[in-house]
Ligand binder design. Structure first.
Ligand code: 5GP
Ligand code: ZN
Length: 122
């Protein structure tokens, strides 16, 4: 099964930039996670922090993934500071499963801040 986030992480698919232009928009990458802008931003800052390893959702996490999940939060904090939204505040959202609003089944955290285009994730 093709996973769009695995393809973005591996570089098969460039992350579409805002305005429809196709250009790489990897904002952060290390051994564990990759961050890029959401294709449908709901705020002026809307970044996805994605595990490099394919994990379907929170439901698939194991106890040994605790440091990975903590790392995602710390990377989100760093990106929030870089985006200058740290002081005013931001939202960190994870949506496990269909009823949780998950549409891409590869673990990711939304970093949302700045001017909101819509109030809530639908
Ligand atoms: P979820 O609803 O699973 O928590 O969030 C998935 C997010 O991935 C959505 O906000 C959606 O806009 C974003 N998304 C889906 N496909 C792509 C894509 O191909 N590229 C990027 N950059 N974001 C995507
Ligand atoms: Zn994947």
């Amino acid at each position: 099964m093709v996973c769009i986030f695995c393809e973005i992480i591996s570089g098969v698919v460039p992350v579409p930039a805002r305005g429809g232009k196709s250009s790489p928009q990897i904002l952060y990458r290390d051994d564990l996670v990759t961050a890029f802008r959401d294709i449908h931003p709901i705020a002026s800052t809307h970044i996805l922090i994605v595990t490099n390893r394919h994990i379907g959702s929170v439901n698939e996490l194991e106890p040994e993934d605790a440091s990975l999940v903590g790392h995602m939060v710390l990377v989100a904090k760093q990106l929030a500071a870089q985006a200058r939204i740290a002081e005013r505040g931001y939202r960190l959202i994870v949506n496990p499963g269909a009823h949780g609003g998950q549409t891409v089944f590869h673990l990711h955290m939304h970093l949302i801040g700045g001017k909101l285009a819509r109030y809530a994730l639908e």
